[in-house]
Every structure is written in structure tokens, then in C-alpha cells.
Design a protein around this ligand. Structure first.
Ligand code: AMP
Length: 546
């Protein structure tokens, strides 16, 4: 017997409709790429999103086609979030930090048809436009006054002109909630980047999960400033969650340095923010250097990389700002766990609380997890047994974009995260290692395989392994371990210079060490776990990073 309740699909457009009807006066404030502060309301945003949906129609964007953005966190990007997905197309948020060739590859793989981009990316788009045959139209997200007099891009259009000329009326279509809504690529594992294709249903359910009290605890009274980029897993769902609860949203644009963020926190009375540890390091350093206080900031969400215990203490003890340490992945939309204390843990002393909060946390409803050993046997939740972390849930990936149906990303219905973790009796997961072969620097991936292949194309290199070693600012930086060919010689600086122009600058290894022999496992694979152990204390030369 079926239940007798309304069968309404869970669609992204419903978030916008709700925000407009019930929180129409709530503000969206953006530091613009053009340099000034822009301020309007959810009502304005909804009206402009409808116009933008008409623009997409005029540009012949059929449902299910892919529309790309190359943009910072800002109101125009938010309008695109709603107009593209809401009208049934797929929003593909491109990561501008990737190497231009990799970006071009991703646009081609996704078959992006329209590219909307911020003014700061004009030189980048001019550089790669000829490599983007699938893109029919390029739209610069600015007004007429900021359009370039001349550009190498044919068919370059002006966002504001298109929006202003479009009609305001648009009926958000109803369709199956399992329809694809947005697309993000991750370079989390070996080989080419992989696309994760979210659906309206997965996005809506994830949004409920994100907003819950023991998750971000978002409410209409909050002012939220997502530092985490809208091109990195949809800013952890905050552009959706803000509409769901009616929270004021503040977008920082491209200025993510400590001073700019602090000023915005104070002038806009931000109560909640979110970002990777590297960003918070910059903010804390600025605040402490100038003897400043946060006058409205109550909580900050730290994720994407492990929150250093010192950062947790600094926020809580010195600034009275609570920390929510969270874990997630592009493949999990991303929200998975948060280290928020349970009632039974409130009796713990401060030090014990800190040790719980430094863990990656417990599952939000909707996500389930387990840890298994190498042969697939589930391990106990004793806080000591360490195993491969597996997750499942309605906002977890089943298969990568364009992978054949038989190529599921799952093992027995669970997604292998590539993280290695313990889980304690209270269900708090703690990451102890990574089984996937990647380096994460400042919250963004560096492809170790690509770096090794380049090194191995040097005539003096017999074998090269690239590993992440701890770095105080960037969390991890790449270290290249090299075994030279017999009789051949190459220096550190020569090898580092060898990367110029081949990868993004911030991917280039910070240092090179030469070893007599790179250790190999039984199957002939390089034993990176051993190298990581051996070089965990390696002192990198003072790297500028990126
Ligand atoms: P991404 O897909 O770029 O969001 O990266 C996901 C990966 O980042 C995870 O599989 C972890 O390896 C890492 N990660 C995310 N959050 C944390 C965290 N709180 N602590 C440690 N590693 C994390």
C-alpha cells in the first residue's frame, strides 16, 4: 500500500522559491571582483535568476546540457547555481586553480556548452578558448563598463546586459528529482580527473543534512560567510542551505587574505564561516598580529584537511569561537561527519573535549560508515583499530560521470573513501592515514602521478615517487623522491625547473631528495607508505607555496 501524501519532487528551484516567499528581505552581500561591495536580497536574487533562466533559453541551452562556471564566491555565481540547475540543465563549477590544459580537458570531457566566468579569469579564458570546441558561448560575469574593448574570444557576451534584457517571468519546470543538477571534478585518485554528478534529490537531502543543529546548525538568525569556494563541492552546500533556512549570506569574492576576511566578518556581523585550515591560518595570524577580536563570530567550520589541534585551541580559548571540525569529499556532496560533542561528553574536561573535537567526527543522518581491513572484514569501533573508511548514503556517489554502468565506484554497496580511519565507541571517526595516492595542499589536490611521470621523462631519472610531507601553512607539500639512472646525474634545482610550464606553479614539488633505491612492494609498485614514514620529518626549504 502506498502512502497518501503529496508526491512533490525534491528540486533545487524549490529552495529558491522558499527563500523568495519566506525570507525575501534577507540579504546577500558580495565583495565583487570589480572591487566594491554589492548588496541585495533573496527577492532580488530570485528575480534575476528567473531572468537568467530566460537568458539560458535564449542561448539555446536545452535541459540536461552542461553549463560551466569559472567564478569566485559571489551573487552572480549564486544566480547561476539556481538558474542553471533550476531550469533542468547541469551546473559545472570549474576549479580555476587547475593547470589550463587540465581545465581544457575537463571542459571537453564534460562537453560544456556555455562558459560563464568572472572578470579575473579573462586572461585564462583567452588563453584556453581555442582549446574548448564544445563551448558555444562565453559570458563574462560583469557589466558593460567592465567589458574589455577588445578580446581574443569570439562571441564574448556581457552577463549584465543579457540579464537586463531578459524577461522576469519564468516558471521553474517540474521534473524527476533524480535529474542531474550539478557536476564537480575531483582529482582524488590516479589517472584523469573524475566527474561527480549530483542530482536534485541528492542535493536537497544533503542540504537538510548540512543545516541540521549538529552539522552547521544554520538558522534564519545566522549570517554565514562561506570561504570554501563555490567551485569546490558547491561551497559545502551553503548556497543551498542559506536559502533553505533564510540565513544572510556574505560572499568574499577573490579576497581570501586575513585582513579582507576579518573586515568582512566585522562589517557584516558574520556569525558562522567555513573553510580549509590554510585560510584560517591566515585569518588567525592577522587577528593576533593586530590584537583584534571577533565581535560577532560564534562558530567556524573547518574541513577539507585535518584541523590542527593548535588551531582548535586558538579559536576556542583565545577567541571564544567554537570549532566544528568536519569531514567530507567531493564524492559525498561533501558533508559526511562533524565532531560535535554528544550530551554525554559535556562532562568531559577541556582537554578531553579537545581530543574529541580534533577527530573528524560522527555521521550526520543519511551517511553511514564502517572501517574494514585489507580483506574486507569489518573492524570494531574501539578507537584503536584502523581500517579503510567506507561510506554510503543518498548523497554519496554511485558511479563517476561517463563511466560505463558496470564500472561502479562502490564495493558491496559502499564507497571506498581512500581514507584510513578509526571509529570510537561514540561513533567518532578519526582519520589516521590515506590509502589513496594523493597530496592535498591548501585544500586542493595535487596529482602525484602526474608529477612522477614528468620527473621520469627526464633522461637522468630512473624512478620517481612524489609524496606529501607536512607543511605548517599548506598542510602538505609535494616532495619528489628520485632514483637516478646508473651513471646519470641531475641536481635538485634542475629537476624543479624541469616542471616549469608543465603543471600549475603550486603543483611543483618544494624539494627533491635522491635515494639509492626506491622501495618496491611485491607487485612492483612503489611503497609510498614507507617513503612517507621515512620523510615525514623532512624539512622543506621555505616554500612560497602558491
Ligand atoms: P575533496 O574531494 O577535495 O573534498 O577531498 C576529500 C578528501 O579530503 C577526503 O577523502 C580526505 O582525504 C580529505 N579530508 C577532508 N576533510 C578532512 C578532514 N577534516 N581531516 C582530514 N582529511 C580530510
Amino acid at each position: 500500500m502506498h502512502g497518501l501524501m503529496m508526491d512533490q519532487p525534491l528540486l533545487i528551484s524549490s529552495l529558491l522559491r522558499h527563500a523568495e516567499r519566506h525570507h525575501g528581505d534577507q540579504q546577500i552581500v558580495s565583495r565583487r571582483v570589480e572591487g566594491d561591495i554589492h548588496r541585495y536580497t533573496f527577492r532580488d536574487m530570485a528575480a534575476r535568476s528567473r531572468r537568467l533562466a530566460n537568458v539560458l533559453r535564449a542561448l539555446d541551452v536545452a535541459p540536461r546540457t552542461v553549463v560551466a562556471t569559472l567564478a569566485w564566491n559571489g551573487y552572480r555565481h549564486m544566480e547561476l547555481y539556481y538558474a542553471v540547475s533550476g531550469s533542468g540543465s547541469v551546473l559545472h563549477t570549474l576549479n580555476p586553480r587547475l593547470h589550463p590544459d587540465q581545465l581544457a580537458w575537463i571542459v571537453g570531457h564534460a562537453q560544456d556548452q556555455i562558459l560563464f566566468f568572472d572578470l579575473s579569469f579573462l586572461p585564462l579564458v583567452e588563453q584556453i578558448a581555442a582549446q574548448l570546441p564544445s563551448v558555444r558561448a562565453f559570458v563574462l560575469m560583469t557589466d558593460r563598463g567592465h567589458m574589455p574593448a577588445r578580446s581574443g574570444i569570439a562571441n564574448l557576451q556581457c552577463y549584465e546586459e543579457l540579464v537586463e534584457a531578459a524577461a522576469d517571468r519564468f516558471e521553474w519546470p517540474l521534473f524527476d528529482e533524480n535529474t542531474a543538477s550539478s557536476l564537480c571534478y575531483t582529482s582524488g585518485t590516479t589517472g584523469d580527473p573524475k566527474g561527480v554528478l549530483y542530482s536534485h534529490r541528492s542535493t536537497l537531502l544533503h542540504t537538510f543534512g548540512v543545516a541540521l543543529p549538529d552539522s552547521l546548525g544554520l538558522r534564519a538568525q545566522e549570517t554565514v560567510l562561506p570561504v570554501v569556494p563555490m567551485f569546490h563541492v558547491n561551497a559545502w552546500g551553503q548556497p543551498y542551505a542559506a536559502c533553505m533556512v533564510g540565513a544572510k549570506i556574505v560572499f568574499p569574492g577573490p579576497q581570501l587574505d586575513g585582513k579582507s576576511l576579518y573586515e568582512l566578518f566585522e562589517t557584516e556581523r558574520v556569525t558562522l564561516s567555513s573553510g580549509v585550515p590554510t585560510v584560517w591560518q591566515g585569518l588567525l595570524a592577522y587577528v593576533e598580529q593586530h590584537g583584534l577580536r571577533f565581535s560577532t563570530m560564534k562558530r567556524t567550520v573547518i574541513g577539507g584537511a585535518a584541523c590542527p589541534p593548535g588551531m582548535l585551541r586558538a579559536f576556542v580559548q583565545r577567541h571564544g569561537v567554537a570549532v566544528i571540525h568536519g569531514w567530507g569529499m567531493t564524492e559525498t556532496s561533501p558533508f559526511g561527519t562533524a565532531a560535535v560533542l554528544k550530551g554525554s561528553q559535556l562532562v568531559l574536561g577541556e582537554e578531553e573535549r579537545f581530543s574529541v573535537q580534533a577527530k573528524q567526527g560522527r555521521c550526520v543522518f543519511g551517511i553511514d560508515m564502517k572501517i574494514i581491513d585489507d580483506s574486507g572484514v569489518e573492524l570494531p569501533w574501539d578507537g584503536r583499530s584502523s581500517g579503510h573508511l567506507m561510506v554510503r548514503g543518498p548523497w554519496v556517489i554511485e558511479r563517476y560521470f561517463k563511466a560505463p554502468p558496470q564500472q561502479q565506484a562502490l564495493v558491496d554497496g559502499w564507497f571506498p573513501t581512500g581514507d584510513v580511519a578509526t571509529i570510537d565507541r561514540d561513533g567518532f571517526m578519526q582519520i589516521t592515514d590515506r590509502s589513496k595516492d594523493v597530496i592535498k595542499s591548501g585544500g586542493e589536490w595535487i596529482g602525484s602521478i602526474d608529477l612522477e611521470n614528468i620527473a621520469m621523462s627526464h633522461p637522468a631519472v630512473a624512478m620517481a615517487a612524489c609524496i606529501g610531507v607536512p607543511h605548517p601553512k599548506w598542510d602538505e607539500r609535494p616532495l619528489l623522491v628520485v632514483q637516478t639512472r646508473p651513471g646519470a646525474a641531475v641536481g635538485r634545482d634542475e629537476l624543479i625547473a624541469f616542471y616549469a610550464g608543465k603543471v600549475a606553479k603550486w603543483w611543483i614539488p618544494d624539494d627533491v631528495v635522491f635515494v639509492a633505491e626506491i622501495p618496491l612492494g611485491a607487485t612492483g609498485k612503489m611503497l609510498k607508505t614507507e617513503l612517507r614514514k621515512r620523510f615525514s620529518d623532512h624539512r622543506l626549504p621555505d616554500a612560497e607555496g602558491r
